[in-house]
Design a protein around this ligand. Structure first.
Ligand code: PLP
Length: 247
């Protein structure tokens, strides 16, 4: 661990873990019940290697092609998990179904069907989270679930998805609006948790355990509201390089 970036990364990683610990304690939760996914989108390969060096094994990526290039370069490492957290175009379903351990951003039945087909080809069962738009912001992807009457509509989708034998639902994900004051995001985290409770009641036989919510700016509040997975980029890796040539 001699290079300066790796040392700084380690300091930020340790600090983040301390903050996770503190928030979990404050909420009376076991800190081990919060999984930290380090978001590496647009960061170069060397930074992922530095992260591996300090012991990070869960990585989140947003763009399938960029991710698969990195996944292939890193190769197989014991315990390594790649998380797909960005919006997925149907035509990229193949890359996603074959390369990721958990998809956080399932937002349509059409996509589910395609992921199912390619997961089947690969002979695997793909774990997914349903991305939910609990804020009503138009720029956000995810199932519209910002009004309670929309929750019933979601049930139809869930029933169809559960008939796909190579897809397994593990819970929910959300990306709330960005505020300067992270307390303002808390109601959205709370709403996702409420939706989880509703789904547990409707489908107790399904697995709703995971709540993927909280980023660098608001993960402590997300943990207090029940997050089991947080997705942190900047607070650990530093500012993101811009994405050259991307749309
Ligand atoms: C980029 C991204 C993150 C991480 O954001 P930071 O502010 O860098 O922590 C988390 N979730 C999603 C869906 C993202 O696209």
């Amino acid at each position: 661990m001699n290079n300066q970036y790796t040392q700084e990364l380690k300091i930020r990683y340790d600090l983040t873990r301390e903050r996770i610990y503190t928030s979990a304690q404050k909420a009376g939760r076991n800190p081990d019940s919060v999984r930290l996914v380090v978001v590496t989108k647009t960061h170069p390969l060397e930074r992922i290697q530095a992260a591996l060096e300090v012991g990070i094994l869960d990585f989140g990526e947003n763009y399938p092609e960029e991710a698969v290039e990195k996944i292939d370069s890193i190769g197989s490492v014991a315990g390594l998990n790649w998380h797909m957290i960005g919006h997925i175009q149907s035509r990229k379903a193949d890359l996603v179904a074959k390369n990721f351990s958990l998809v956080h951003s399932l937002d349509s039945y059409k996509l589910a069907e395609r992921l199912n087909r390619f997961a089947n080809e690969k002979g695997r069962v793909l774990s997914v989270l349903l991305e939910c738009n609990v804020s009503g912001e138009e720029s956000k992807f995810g199932y519209p679930t910002f009004e309670k009457r929309q929750w019933d509509v979601l049930l139809f989708e869930i029933e169809k998805i559960t008939r796909l034998s190579n897809i397994k639902i593990n819970g929910l994900m959300t990306m709330p609006p960005l505020f300067d004051d992270s307390e303002k995001t808390r109601p959205y985290f709370r709403r996702l948790c409420e939706l989880q409770g509703y789904l547990y009641k409707k489908y107790p036989e399904l697995d709703w355990k995971e709540l993927s919510m909280g980023t660098s700016s608001d993960f402590p509040a997300a943990i207090e509201e029940g997050a089991t997975i947080i997705r942190v980029g900047t607070a650990i890796l530093g500012p993101r390089p811009s994405r050259l040539g991307a749309n």
